[in-house]
Design a protein around this ligand. Sequence first.
Ligand SMILES: NC(=O)c1ccc[n+]([C@@H]2O[C@H](COP(=O)([O-])OP(=O)(O)OC[C@H]3O[C@@H](n4cnc5c(N)ncnc54)[C@H](OP(=O)(O)O)[C@@H]3O)[C@@H](O)[C@H]2O)c1
Length: 261
Amino acid sequence: MSALPNGAGGRPETPVYPLGSRSGRRPPAGPAEGRVALVSGGDHGLGLRIVRMLAERGMRVVLGCRSVDSGRAAAAALGSLAGRVAVRELDLTDEAGVRRLVSWMELQLRRCDVLVNNATVLFDDDGHVPTGIDLAVVRRTLDNNLFGAWHLTQSVAPLMRAGRYGRVVNISSDLASLTSMRCDLPAYRISKCALNALTRMLADELAGEGVLVNACCREPAPPGDTDAAVSATADTATWLATLPDDGPTGGFFRGRTPVGW
Ligand SMILES: NC(=O)c1ccc[n+]([C@@H]2O[C@H](COP(=O)([O-])OP(=O)(O)OC[C@H]3O[C@@H](n4cnc5c(N)ncnc54)[C@H](OP(=O)(O)O)[C@@H]3O)[C@@H](O)[C@H]2O)c1
């Protein structure tokens, strides 16, 4: 198993690397084995399920989270997969912190093959409407859900370009769909709409550079079974994170199936 350096912030690490992993060479086998993924908000919920699935496929996963203690507890609960998971502090709204994390990845791992933009805030779930919502709430939501994901993607893009390989997975929502747009949750919805637009722009820009950029939305939960919805959504995200080179880009998926914008 490929172990990862672990630890909080800039603390010294005890790295164990598989032979050749610091050379920057492409991993030799399989679409996932040996690749490096970064998952934002990876310490619980959907993010943690995606961390698990990527590690199960042989990836080394950087679990980015605001609380390193929470991330460590989450990683420990992954049992034998924990050796493939490095917990690193990540607050999307801290631009300098994001740059530090990506520099650490460049220095220690020499690569970032996969980025899952999962971390999200939801501030307006108590009856807000577009004409009434405090725009400060909208701005804070956009700071996290749009600008945070955007800046993180900008930060890892040079690593993906250097390796001529990348998979960016933006976790969106069916609430972002323009055709079924409603007036509730205006800040959250518009942040995910914008994330969808960003998905299309990035896919266009990075086409031909080996970087595929897609969005996915959550499976509807069967009554009383949220866990099944989380698993199914994580499966789609993991599929997008491990697409072959001729896989789709600029798409919006649920259950590995394209859905309308
Ligand atoms: N739950 C649903 O029904 C549903 C439906 C459609 C789409 N989705 C999407 O699925 C994804 C995961 O949802 P979830 O329900 O698993 O969410 P969740 O349990 O609320 O987890 C969100 C994660 O994002 C992190 N986060 C928030 N702001 C951050 C920031 N500035 N920097 C770094 N991390 C930050 C949170 O960290 P803390 O723990 O520190 O707060 C948490 O780890 C989201 O993109 C969401 O929009 C969810």
